[in-house]
Design a protein around this ligand. Sequence first.
Ligand SMILES: Cc1cc2nc3c(=O)[nH]c(=O)nc-3n(C[C@H](O)[C@H](O)[C@H](O)COP(=O)(O)OP(=O)(O)OC[C@H]3O[C@@H](n4cnc5c(N)ncnc54)[C@H](O)[C@@H]3O)c2cc1C
Length: 387
Amino acid sequence: MDYFLSDIQREIRDLTRKITQEKVVPVRAELDEKEEFPTEILRVLAEVGLFGVYLPEEYGGLGGGVMELCLVTEELSRACSGVAVSYAASALGSYPILLFGNEEQKKRFLPEISSGARLAAFGLTEPNAGSDAGGMQTTAEYNGSEYVLNGTKQWITNGGEAEIYTIIALTDKSKGARGASAFIVEKGMPGFSFGKKEKKLGIRASATRELIFQDCRIPKENLLGKQGMGFLVAMRTVDKSRPGIGAQAVGIAQGALDEAIAYARQRVQFGQAIISFQAIQHLLADMATQLEAARALVYSVARYVDSGAKDISKEASMAKLFASDVAMKVCVDAVQILGGYGYMRDYPVEKMMRDAKITQIYEGTNQIQRNIIALQLIKESAGVHSR
Ligand SMILES: Cc1cc2nc3c(=O)[nH]c(=O)nc-3n(C[C@H](O)[C@H](O)[C@H](O)COP(=O)(O)OP(=O)(O)OC[C@H]3O[C@@H](n4cnc5c(N)ncnc54)[C@H](O)[C@@H]3O)c2cc1C
């Protein structure tokens, strides 16, 4: 289907596709097996300027938006979602600065993120605060000249690998989520260390670590926005990045569909290629239809977000929810089409199935996405019915 991409968007997609074929496909199984961070691949993506596709030109970017970021993420995910999320999590970490940073903060940090010279990461989740992010316990106490951070952030993508971290912490414990603030913390600051690298079901090329703050002093200039705005920073950030999770899911599903078709064409049983069985054809038809619907929704939402629309939570959640559920289903069906071979590591579909699962969990589980969508529907209907 033609989504009428601009010339530059086509170039971005085709360049990513080429790099993915040449650099990611040959090593994805090994990266997964060894749980190895894809440093060399990220270096190549940086070299050709792909880290800055969504950032304004004045900060060294290409001047695109969420749509361009989605195109890169989708293409990388088609081969390896562990690589894709290592790339995309840097954008996630940069959004609080892009959306809420002052000019000085933007000029200082965004060009380095845009060039890929320094990776970013975003730290909201804690051991006791996942879906209920407002229940966070990490504190940032102001002592007149600096903030002192104490606490632990859990399961942070790019943790340990990134150099720039945007962190949400409580500046006023008594106010709960309303007492949260956002900060920029740099790797190497005294009192900032990392926990062990997590061992995961999927996206195993990506690094997931704890961030540990023990009397970590950061200059007051590293506060993002105003004190007390931290929860808003977090919510606006995930609104922007959730279509990207949708794109990740679309890429995984496309990769799995490609593998299933190729396999079904060459696998012979009962004297014929299994693609000649109607049962297989119907599975493929459903997979392709669901995938195209997911892609259409993700692209529409990405464009809607880039239009500057203000209220984007519902649509961002819909893109993430729908595409991730489709990816999970498409991958399970792809494994089924490959039969026993699908269950073996010799073929990439078992990895894709493992990778797909996380898209239903992170940046808010799909139950939470449904809550967000329903809440917005109720709000909108109240407006209609009170007229
Ligand atoms: C690999 C990985 C990478 C991650 N990367 C990052 C990152 O870079 N930065 C970051 O800040 N976080 C990150 N996370 C955290 C992720 O966003 C959280 O795991 C997610 O938000 C869910 O929180 P939880 O795991 O604590 O689940 P919980 O909140 O404990 O939820 C457990 C179950 O209860 C359900 N549930 C909870 N509340 C409700 C409710 N109100 N209604 C209905 N159902 C509910 C959930 O849907 C889920 O099924 C990452 C997680 C993983 C696994």
